[in-house]
Design a protein around this ligand. Sequence first.
Ligand SMILES: Cc1cc2nc3c(=O)[nH]c(=O)nc-3n(C[C@H](O)[C@H](O)[C@H](O)COP(=O)(O)OP(=O)(O)OC[C@H]3O[C@@H](n4cnc5c(N)ncnc54)[C@H](O)[C@@H]3O)c2cc1C
Length: 405
Amino acid sequence: MAEQTYGAAVIGGGIVGAATAMALSGKVRGGVVVLEKEDRLAAHQTGNNSGVIHSGLYYRPGSLKAQNCTQGREALYRFCMENGIPHKRCGKLVVATREAELPALERLAERGEANGLTDLRRLRGLDELRAYEPHVYGLAGLWVPQTGIVDYHAVTAAFAKCIRERDGEILTGTRFISRNADGDTQVLETTSGTIRCRTLVNCAGLQSDRVARACGVNPGLKIIPFRGEYYVLRPERESLVNGLIYPVPDPNFPFLGVHFTRMINGGVEAGPNAVPAFRREGYRKLDISLRDMAETFLYPGFVRMGLRHLGMGVGEMWRSWVKPAFVASLRRLIPEIAGSDVKRGGAGVRAQALEADGTLVDDFRIVEAPGMVHVLNAPSPAATAAITIGETIAARVMDQLKLKS
Ligand SMILES: Cc1cc2nc3c(=O)[nH]c(=O)nc-3n(C[C@H](O)[C@H](O)[C@H](O)COP(=O)(O)OP(=O)(O)OC[C@H]3O[C@@H](n4cnc5c(N)ncnc54)[C@H](O)[C@@H]3O)c2cc1C
């Protein structure tokens, strides 16, 4: 490919990169290009997630997650309606199965209200819970009407259509390798040749820390891959689940706990768990990369986090390898479920940023450098919030471009 010049180049064709390029396309002199190393968009986190449109229940009020999830959720519902993307605002049930979880359930309700969720219903006792989910067991629950389901492949494909309609370009099969500066111009080496641009945006998900480093920016964190494995309910047992059933999450851990999700394209999934992966893009248990393993296991932050969450980590590994242990956690929510009712499904790998002191980075993290914007942590609910995050990142790019012109 001959050398090409653009206004902005977005590295990564997941939902965050696509949303950013959509927000920029038609506005940036010189146009926008998305560089995606795989042969298709949404190949990693975006295409292997639970397909839930999150409500904004869990996030610290005022955090980027809370702001972007609340606005992004409604923006996504509107986008789906305007673009004919199948989706459903089905609501979800969070269930406390033990007395000890009741205070955390109430804190969750208060947090949701602080984040602007209206019409939350506090449920007491089995009868009230079973009015929503007839097979569930629990002591109390929270009904969250704003939650929904969608297929994020379809959403990303619709973002891509908008990008192309506004003269943006998408180059799949194009891996970003390195970056140099030529005055105010960013010069990117890719597997499809040299690309010049005024601003680059790093939305590389599981590779975002490496892309930052290749751009000469110290990310100050490491991406640790956490695989999330799913089981699927056999079709004849799907009637056990109406919609979405979640446990009360452990507040010390950034993941929500294994839950039941009725998918927009049919079927019911149970999961995901959260186990460290031996490869950043490794979807099977024994997918191994020595480079990825060395980077993870030799990182001081990983050792510190491991010691801090040892019990949880061992439990997750056990549940990953031993089906009855996984089924036991499902049975806490739906006691009727037997091992024969579920079979192994797919998996996704989360990009979780970890600091050297062992702190799991909770909020979205966006870092700027001259001519560059790096998205270094965009975990769940980034798919839900993508439209708003994309607009936030695009605003920063536009500010940088204005300063230059
Ligand atoms: C198991 C699981 C369940 C989840 N469930 C939900 C949910 O229900 N709801 C929700 O809102 N969120 C959910 N999430 C989170 C959500 O999927 C992510 O936050 C979101 O997809 C992040 O999007 P992204 O574009 O940043 O990353 P990605 O989708 O991973 O995209 C990054 C892209 O960058 C590309 N790339 C990397 N390096 C390069 C390079 N050098 N050159 C070119 N391209 C490169 C990759 O190939 C990839 O396509 C879940 C995540 C997982 C893993």
